[in-house]
Design a protein around this ligand. Structure first.
Ligand code: GLC
Length: 641
C-alpha cells in the first residue's frame, strides 16, 4: 500500500520529535491509511501518479507535525485521549466579527471575561484572514490565507488570542474558504498573468459553451447581485464564480489545489486554531447536468483532508458549513452508506428553520415531522445548534415533510417569507427579504433574532406587553437551541436582544447586501445593563447565561447521543428527549403558542420512571398537576436527577 512504503522515511524524519511522539505519528498514519488513500484514489487516481501525490501530501503533513508548537501538541495529546472534547455539555459557542465585537484581535483578548460570564467555551471569529480590498463578501473573498486582515491585527495576535482562550479552557474557530479565493489572491493573479500552473488552479473556459451547459442546471446563490455562476475576465476567459464575481472557484480536480489547501489547513492549525469552519463545502466539486452541490467528490475532499490533518494535528476539528437540504445534512458528518470520518461538526440548519417555522405558525407539527426524519449522526460527531448566524435564513422545508402534515410546501415557504419580512397581517417580525429569486419564488430572510422575534416592533411601539412577549419568544427559541443536542451557538448581540442595525447600508461596500442588518456592532452600553434585572438586556442575558450554566450540569445534553422528538399531544408544543448512556434523562418542552397550554402526563411517563424535576424554565411553568402547565411561549427543561 502506498503510505506503508513511506513509513521508513517518515520515521526517520520525525525522529527529532522523540520516540513517543514520533511513533504516535506513525500510528496515526497507519490508522488513517484507508481514510486517506481511498478518497485520494477516487479523486485523483485517473490522471495522477498516486505514489507521487502521496509522497507530496505526506511531506506536507510531516513538515507541519515538525513545526507544531509544543503547547498544541499537548492539546493534541489530551484530545486524542478525550476525543469527545467538543461533545461536552459545557460547550457553548459565541459567533462574532472581531471588529464588530471589540475592534481588533488584541481587544478581543480584553473581552474574554464577558464571554466567560456568558458561559462561552468556544469562540467563532468570523472571517479574519486578509481579504481583498473593497467588497469582500464579509471577508469570504480571501487574498492571503497566511495573513490576518491588517485592520484586525497580525498572525501573532491570533496566536496570542488562541493561547489566552486555551488557558481558560476555551477553543477557537475560524473560517477557511475552500471553494474560492479572491480574484486578488496571488494564485489568481498568477493565473491572470498567464502562469499555466496557477491557471489550472481555477475553472476557466475560453467561451460560453461549457458555462452555458453547466448553467442549465445550476441554481444561483446571489441572483440579485451576482446572477449566473461565471464571470468574464479580460485576458483569461470565463471564470467559474459561484458566489460574487470577485470570488473565483478553485478547481479541486487538480491535486495541486488539494495539496496547497492541505498546507493552508495545517498552517492555520499550527497557529492554535481548534476548529476550522470549512466554508461552502458542498460546492467543491462540479458536475455537468447537476446543481454541482453535494457531489460525492466534495465529501471525499473533506475526508481526505481530515485523514491527513489528523496525522499532524489530531486536536483539530472540522466544522463543515453545509446549509443543504435536510436529507443531505448528516452526510457532512460522515453518515454515508457506511461511516466515513468527515466533519466533526456541522450546522443543524433543519432545527434552525423549524424553530422559526414553529414560531410563525404557532404549530410544531412540521418541526416534529422534519426533526424526526433527520437521520442519526455518527457517535463521534456533534451538531452545532443555532437560531441564526451571519447569513440569511433560507426556508429549507422539504416538500415531503410539508405534505406529511398537510401543508403546501411552496405556500408555507411563502408564508414564512411574508411573516418574517413583516408583511403578513399581524406579524411581529421585522426582517427583510434577501435575494428574491423570481424563478424559484425563493425569498430568503435577513434580520436579527430579536427583530424576527418581535422585539424591534414592540420597542418601536413602546408596548411593554409586546416587549414581554418578544423576550419570551427569544428565550423560548434559545432554550431549544441550548438543549436540543450539540454545541449551541449564540450569535453576538442576541444575548442583549440587539436590534437590526439601522445604519447597515451606510457603508458603501455593504449597500447591496442586507445581511449586514443582522450583523450590528456590539453595543457595549447595552451590555452595561446586563446586570439590571429590570432591563431588557438584563433579562435576556441572565436567561441565556442560566441556560449555559444548567446545561453544563446535564449529562444528557452531552452530544453524541440522539434526540428523540416525542408526540407532545399538543400541536403547539415541541417535546424532545435525550438520554445519556449512563442513564441520565432529559425532556425539553417548548410552547409556541400565544396562550398557556397543558401538556399531559403521558409525555412524562414516556420518558421518566419517576416524577422528573425542573432544572430550568420560563417563569410561570407549573408541575403541580399531573402534567405540565406552560405559559404562553413558555418552556421547561426536566431531568431525572
Ligand atoms: C458561506 C458563508 C457566506 C458566504 C459564502 C461564500 O455560505 O456563510 O456568508 O457568502 O459562503 O463564501
Amino acid at each position: 500500500m502506498i503510505l506503508d512504503e513511506l513509513v521508513p522515511d517518515v520515521r526517520d524524519r520525525v525522529k527529532v520529535l522523540g520516540p513517543i511522539e514520533g511513533e504516535a505519528l506513525i500510528a496515526r498514519l497507519e490508522q488513517h491509511h484507508l481514510d486517506i488513500v481511498e478518497p485520494l484514489e477516487h479523486l485523483y487516481g485517473d490522471g495522477t501518479d498516486l505514489a507521487i501525490l502521496a509522497r507530496a501530501v505526506v511531506d506536507v503533513v510531516v513538515d507541519a507535525a515538525l513545526a507544531r508548537p509544543e503547547a498544541l501538541r499537548l492539546l493534541d495529546r489530551r484530545r486524542e485521549i478525550d476525543h469527545g472534547w467538543f461533545q461536552r455539555s459545557r460547550m457553548v459557542g459565541y459567533v462574532c466579527y472581531a471588529d464588530r465585537f471589540a475592534g481588533d484581535l488584541p481587544s478581543v483578548r480584553e473581552r474574554l471575561d464577558y464571554l466567560a460570564e456568558l458561559g462561552v467555551t468556544y469562540l467563532h471569529l468570523m472571517p479574519l484572514l486578509k481579504p481583498r480590498a473593497g467588497p469582500s463578501d464579509g471577508g469570504y473573498a480571501v487574498a492571503d490565507y497566511r495573513e490576518v486582515d491588517p485592520r484586525l491585527g497580525t498572525m501573532d495576535d491570533l496566536e496570542q488570542l488562541a493561547g489566552d482562550l486555551h488557558h481558560r479552557g476555551m477553543s477557537m474557530c475560524i473560517d477557511l474558504v475552500l471553494n474560492h479565493t479572491a480574484a486578488e489572491h496571488p494564485w489568481a493573479q498568477a493565473a491572470l498573468a498567464g502562469d499555466p500552473t496557477y491557471r489550472r488552479f481555477y475553472r476557466v473556459f475560453p467561451d460560453r459553451t461549457q458555462p452555458d451547459a453547466f448553467e442549465r442546471t445550476l441554481p444561483e446563490v446571489f441572483p440579485d447581485t451576482s446572477p449566473g455562476s461565471f464571470t468574464h475576465v479580460e485576458g483569461l476567459g470565463w471564470v467559474w464564480t459561484t458566489f460574487e464575481s470577485f470570488q473565483w472557484d478553485l478547481d479541486w480536480t487538480n491535486p495541486d489545489v488539494f495539496a496547497a489547501m492541505l498546507d493552508t489547513v495545517l498552517f492555520l492549525a499550527n497557529k492554535g486554531v481548534d476548529v476550522l469552519r470549512l466554508d461552502a463545502a458542498p460546492f467543491l466539486w462540479k458536475r455537468e447536468g447537476t446543481d454541482s452541490q453535494n457531489q460525492t467528490e466534495a465529501h471525499l475532499i473533506v475526508q481526505a483532508l481530515r485523514g491527513l490533518v489528523t496525522v499532524a494535528a489530531p486536536g483539530l476539528a472540522f466544522k463543515v458549513e453545509a446549509i443543504v437540504a435536510p436529507d443531505q445534512l448528516v452526510t457532512y458528518l460522515g453518515a454515508h452508506e457506511g461511516y466515513r470520518p468527515e466533519g466533526h461538526l456541522a450546522y443543524n440548519n433543519q432545527l434552525m428553520v423549524m424553530l422559526w417555522s414553529s414560531l410563525a405558525s404557532r404549530d410544531t407539527r412540521l418541526a416534529a415531522a422534519a426533526l424526526r426524519r433527520l437521520k442519526s449522526i455518527p457517535p463521534g460527531t456533534a451538531w452545532m445548534t443555532y437560531l441564526r448566524g451571519h447569513d440569511d435564513i433560507g426556508w429549507a422545508v422539504s416538500d415531503e415533510d410539508a405534505w406529511s402534515v398537510g401543508l403546501d410546501p411552496a405556500s408555507h415557504r411563502a408564508f414564512l417569507s411574508d411573516f418574517f419580512s413583516g408583511s403578513h397581517p399581524g406579524s411581529f417580525a421585522r426582517g427583510e427579504v434577501f435575494q428574491h429569486n423570481p424563478g424559484t419564488g425563493d425569498r430568503r430572510i435577513s434580520g436579527t433574532a430579536a427583530a424576527l422575534s418581535g422585539l424591534d416592533a414592540a420597542r418601536a411601539a413602546g408596548d411593554e406587553e409586546q416587549v414581554e412577549s418578544a423576550l419570551r419568544r427569544l428565550l423560548l427559541m434559545y432554550s431549544v437551541v441550548y438543549s436540543f443536542g450539540g454545541i449551541p451557538l449564540l450569535y453576538m448581540g442576541d444575548e442583549l436582544g440587539l436590534p437590526n442595525d439601522p445604519h447597515w447600508a451606510d457603508d458603501e461596500e455593504h449597500r447591496t447586501d442586507n445581511r449586514w442588518m443582522h450583523r450590528p456592532p456590539m453595543d457595549w452600553d447595552a451590555a452595561e445593563r446586563r446586570h439590571d434585572a429590570t432591563s431588557v438586556e438584563g433579562r435576556i442575558f441572565s436567561g441565556i447565561r442560566g441556560m449555559a450554566t444548567t446545561r453544563a450540569r446535564l449529562l444528557a445534553l452531552r452530544a453524541g447521543a440522539d434526540t428523540t422528538v416525542l408526540d407532545s399531544g399538543n400541536t403547539h408544543v415541541l417535546a424532545y428527549a435525550r438520554r445519556h448512556e449512563r442513564g441520565a434523562t432529559f425532556l425539553g418542552l417548548a410552547n409556541f403558542s400565544d396562550d398557556p397550554v397543558e401538556v399531559g402526563a403521558d409525555v412524562l411517563t414516556e420518558v421518566f420512571r419517576r416524577r422528573p424535576v425542573e432544572r430550568l424554565g420560563s417563569p410561570g411553568v407549573s408541575l403541580t398537576g399531573p402534567g405540565v402547565r406552560l405559559p404562553a411561549w413558555g418552556w421547561v427543561w426536566l431531568s431525572d436527577h
